[in-house]
Ligand binder design. Sequence first.
Ligand SMILES: C[S@@+](CC[C@H](N)C(=O)[O-])C[C@H]1O[C@@H](n2cnc3c(N)ncnc32)[C@H](O)[C@@H]1O
Length: 222
Amino acid sequence: MKDVLRQTAETLRQALAARLVPPAEFRSALLAVPPTERDAWLDVVFDLHDVAEDGALLPRGCVPYLPTAVDDVLRAMELAQVGPDDVILDVGSGLGRAALLMQLLTGAVTIGLEIQPALAQASRRLAARVHGARFAVVEGDAAEPSPHLVLGNVFFLYCPFGGARLTRLLGRLEALSRARPIRVCCVDLPLPGCPWLEPVSFDGGALAVYRSARPSTAAATS
Ligand SMILES: C[S@@+](CC[C@H](N)C(=O)[O-])C[C@H]1O[C@@H](n2cnc3c(N)ncnc32)[C@H](O)[C@@H]1O
């Protein structure tokens, strides 16, 4: 990375340690970085150096930690029109890199759900470094019933699991969508047929963003 970019990342890291950086300021600093450099730049801002080790106890069918590309997070937040009044749940939040990025870009309260305790702990340390007061992480299996799920209205899933776990989670989100509108952002995660969700955007790439269909629309198409 060029020295000038590293310098902007380090300046922002110091600002985040000292004060709450408003979303518009964070966003304009990020957008000033060339897209190909944004992931490395964010790792300097967040002071993330090492690849996270997955615990030996990650259950079968659960996907190990890999960070979402910064530009997928950025585009997901734009397409889902996330703002400070929203509550984002990052289902399988790993080191909290995407969750904190979403929080800083939007001002929304962000909750990570993570099954690996060491990663949840690391995300708390990251939040402490970046003034992440509107971020919390909950340890446990996100496919199991959780009182935290109902707090969210934007759900971010970078391929945490598939199969029966995904079916169970989608069933809970469908029930939630009957009470209020929700948005679901998926990266590298094709969903089984969900007539209660309508695509906001899917360009054939890794990212797909959906919003819950109005109940009458879903009933007509199911
Ligand atoms: C592909 S990574 C995504 C990490 C993060 N969302 C990001 O974008 O940077 C998937 C994460 O889901 C977690 N995970 C897998 N199965 C899970 C489950 N059943 N409940 C909660 N977290 C899970 C993994 O430990 C891993 O951290």
